[in-house]
Design a protein around this ligand. Sequence first.
Ligand SMILES: O=C(O)c1ccccc1NCC(=O)[C@H](O)[C@H](O)COP(=O)(O)O
Length: 249
Amino acid sequence: MSAPEVQVKICGLQPDDDLSFTEHPRVSYVGFVFVEASKRFVHPSSAIRATARLAADTKAVGVFANATIDEMASTVALAGLDVAQLHGEESPEVCRALRQRGVKVWKAIQVPSEGLSLDAVRQDVHRYAACTDAILLDAKPPIGASVTGGHGQSFDWAVLEQIAHDIAGHPWFVAGGIRPDNVDSLLSLCQPTGIDVSSGVERGGRKNSALIESLLTSVQHALTASSETITCGEVDRVFPISCTGGEDR
Ligand SMILES: O=C(O)c1ccccc1NCC(=O)[C@H](O)[C@H](O)COP(=O)(O)O
């Protein structure tokens, strides 16, 4: 049997990065960070050098934090983006207004790694599912951090089963501290629409082809393992676990 679908987004690319990894069928999205305070910041007029080289079935996501609707819409047009990922304190109204400008919108929701109030996260999921094309659950940034994402830190993935149940039918991504050596733990707990990875596939501050390859191999193994059990030499189908992602794949 075939393994379940989980899409991969590799985030934080630079304009002249090697994009050969996007030929892998599981890599559906690449991300460019348009937050000036980020070490991964890319100018919109430079990002077009990469988006122009993407295969038609690889979508470009622009990451923003508290930018104006006009800034985001003009960056989407200038850089050739398919999706705006809002990683700040953007309200549901901002998400709606941007979608009315014809832009697909993902909203990042911060999940604390300690002192977790799951109710607050679930309320945010509920609020933003109604006005976005996807939800992205990311780790809350460390205290004092100057940017809201890309810290290589994960949250307690045990909370995902409940959240996935709430969000059923709406596309959702998991981000934060995902690496080749821990992605199997995540995917054994649940199967979101996709995963979003940045620090875990970097070496020396740049995306690393070998680490990306290793991540993709680990994803494939984890999904195959979660959909099959081998008993006395026979392959038995097991039902997918409850927290499957949205249908928009
Ligand atoms: O990556 C950044 O530098 C960044 C800066 C400001 C806002 C968001 C940012 N990244 C958002 C992402 O989509 C990251 O891929 C996500 O936070 C996961 O990052 P990591 O934990 O490093 O895998």
